[in-house]
Design a protein around this ligand. Structure first.
Ligand code: NIG
Ligand code: FE
Length: 406
């Protein structure tokens, strides 16, 4: 690696929480040499090689440095909100009943279709700014509230614009198989045909999506229908992921594993066999405590099965207007610990090491290691458990994206 001094810097005086192999692996009083947006060296400050002497240096004077946080499952782009539906649910109507009556996802579809690209961007930015304050340096953003080709493309273009406008890496996911659109009520297979034959090839040709997702559930699509979407995705050269086992056990996560999915997400009703299949295929379990909490779900994802089989667990905000209007990823760490009994170490791995894997980005993101992208956060705290401990507030101090302070 050539060392252009103007783009090089030493960040020192804090403990490095490297998160290699998903563990804290703390280097006390560390130093990290960043060159051209990548980590060139890291270790104890006392061992800094002499060749780096004379490089500009930033001394934090305490605190910890973690990898930049990764929100690997979001529906950041949408029109409207569903606060009235929240009220309805608290008056006793279920999520499934609201969806069956044409509300739920479809009410957001109407609002999203009606909004212009610029309007959607402005709405997404309000939420984005709150999330970014928690030290997020990479975010996945799904479509899925358009359900026409033009409006799905519109959502994906907004997501791409966010990645250009902000110091943030954005990964986009086509979620056309999120719900049956009004035009195809009673004809879900025709809609799946359309997605497979026309939309996926077009989205892939335009380079607008990095992956393809679906919602496998009684109120959305069956495993057989999702399998067709996955075949089309693979034909277009795109990896897959799936909303699976959120409200019932349909075997979506085992199906996802069969297609080497990057992740299966939600998983409240996943079984031991699902966990075994996911372990075999290297599919990450993305847990979404915000959705679980908002739906007042009492069945939690089978964390013990995932641990036993060695399935990596990621955590995400799932920010969306229906089930998880969550504007803080750190709050999700706390909820994962209190609701799902993850340890703070597992929770932090869930938004760093394992979130990177859930996006297929383990080679460049997720840990502090030489050669990786220099995305990191300085937190003025004594121990990384504090990131899961505090409820709300703003803690992230300095956020560095590709070597540049944000
Ligand atoms: O991840 N489960 C399906 N999709 C979203 C929620 C969609 C909605 O209700 O708007 C989720 O929870
Ligand atoms: Fe989701």
């Amino acid at each position: 690696m050539s060392e252009a001094p103007s783009q090089s810097r030493i960040w020192a005086g804090a403990s490095l929480v490297t998160m290699t192999q998903g563990r804290y692996h703390i280097i006390a009083d560390g130093a990290m040499v960043v060159n051209q947006g990548r980590i060139a060296w890291l270790g104890p400050r006392a061992s800094l090689p002499a060749r780096f002497n004379g490089m500009p240096r930033h001394d934090f004077g305490g605190g910890i440095i973690t990898p930049g946080l990764i929100d690997c499952h979001t529906h950041l782009v949408f029109g409207g909100d569903r606060s009235l539906e929240f009220e309805q649910r608290l008056n006793g109507v279920s999520y499934a009943e609201i969806a069956a009556a044409g509300g739920g996802i479809l009410s957001t579809v109407n609002a999203t279709r009606a909004a212009s690209e610029d309007e959607l961007l402005a709405l997404a930015e309000q939420r984005l700014k709150l999330l970014l304050a928690d030290g997020i340096t990479c975010m996945e953003i799904k479509s899925g509230y358009g359900l026409t080709l033009e409006s799905e493309l519109k959502m994906l273009r907004v997501a791409k614009r966010i990645g250009k406008k902000y110091a943030l890496q954005v990964r986009t996911t086509l979620l056309a198989a999120h719900a049956v659109p009004p035009e195809y009520q009673g004809r879900p297979d025709d809609y799946i045909d359309l997605i497979c034959q026309h939309w996926i090839p077009q989205v892939a040709a335009q380079g607008l999506a990095d992956a393809v997702d679906g919602f496998c559930e009684h109120l959305a699509f069956s495993p057989a229908q999702i399998a067709r979407v996955f075949d089309a995705a693979h034909q277009a050269g795109l990896p897959v992921k799936l909303h699976a086992e959120q409200l019932s056990s349909l075997g979506g996560s085992t199906l996802a594993a069969r297609y080497q999915a990057l992740s299966a997400d939600h998983l409240e009703y996943a079984t031991d066999r699902d966990a075994a299949a996911m372990a075999k295929s290297g599919t990450v379990a993305v847990l979404l405590p915000g959705a679980c909490y908002m739906l007042r779900e009492t069945q939690f994802p089978p964390v013990a099965h995932f641990r036993r089989h060695g399935v990596p667990m990621a955590l995400a905000s799932d920010i969306n207007p229906g089930t998880s209007p969550a504007c803080s990823l750190r709050l999700m760490l706390n909820m994962a610990c209190t609701l799902f009994r993850l340890t703070p170490e597992e929770a932090l791995a869930g938004v760093t090491t394992h979130a990177a894997k859930a996006l297929g980005l383990s080679d460049s993101l997720g840990t502090l290691e030489a050669g990786k992208q220099a995305d990191f956060v300085h937190w003025p705290v004594n121990h990384p458990a504090e990131l899961s401990y505090w409820l709300g507030g703003q803690i992230a101090n300095t956020v560095v994206f590709r070597g540049e302070q944000r």
